[in-house]
Design a protein. Structure first.
Lengths: 112, 115
């Protein structure tokens, strides 16, 4: 079982719609969860981080965490063509040293 | 300012060459990381430095040699690489408080091609 799993997509949504990206993780002791956006040929860019169960909102982005279900999600409201990118879910493993493990990424395509 | 810089942006090297990648941050972070990313794959952790000491080596071949001369600089020395080592090499840094998992900020990467 992979440590962090994401649907690779592509996830295709129309402009203005809500994009929903999902991620599950296997390390029950993990406490820190991140969403990065990566455009083709560029480096990962931090979008959101979340530590506590529930929702965290930042502009058009909402991260949701359910530790009991070992599930993290990212909602993008009012999706724009500029949101088209690969979204990487990342989890810090328990045990110290801030070891960050990435999921394979979900490719999002927002079409006009 | 959350900037991590990396040089060079692109590097082409032969299998007998020796080269170095450089990473720099001026955010006062005390943890720095090297990742390798192949095309259409997620970044994979190679090394972690915490307070200038190597804390994690993810069983990386010895042809990759990391160095942390001071808290702002991180180097990756390359020697006798193989074509399969061609990838995007990413540097990242974080505060280094060793508490709850910290946000890692990535540099733009060095795209390496080994011929």
């Amino acid at each position: 079982q992979k440590e962090v799993e994401q649907n690779s997509g592509p996830l295709s949504v129309p402009e203005g719609a809500i994009a929903s990206l999902n991620c599950t993780y296997s390390d029950r002791g993990s406490q820190s969860f991140f969403w990065y956006r990566q455009y083709s040929g560029k480096s990962p860019e931090l979008i959101m981080f979340i530590y506590s169960n529930g929702d965290k909102e930042d502009g058009r982005f909402t991260a949701q965490l359910n530790k009991a279900s070992q599930y993290v999600s990212l909602l993008i409201r009012d999706s724009q063509p500029s949101d088209s990118a690969t979204y990487l879910c990342a989890v810090v493993l328990s045990g110290g040293y801030n070891k960050l493990i990435f999921g394979a990424g979900t490719r999002l395509a927002v079409h006009p | 300012d959350t900037e991590v810089t990396q040089t060079p942006k692109h590097l082409v090297m032969g299998m007998t060459n020796k080269k170095s990648l450089k990473c720099e941050q001026h955010m006062g972070h005390r943890a720095m990381y090297w990742y390798k990313q192949k095309a259409k794959k997620p970044p994979e952790l190679m090394f972690v430095y915490s307070y200038e000491k190597l804390s994690i080596n993810e069983s990386v071949p010895s042809r990759f040699s990391p160095e942390c001369p001071n808290s702002s600089l991180l180097n990756l020395h390359l020697h006798a690489l193989q074509p399969e080592d061609s990838a995007l090499y990413l540097c990242a840094s974080s505060q280094g408080d060793r508490g709850r998992g910290e946000t890692q900020y990535f540099g733009p990467g060095t795209r390496l091609l080994v011929l």
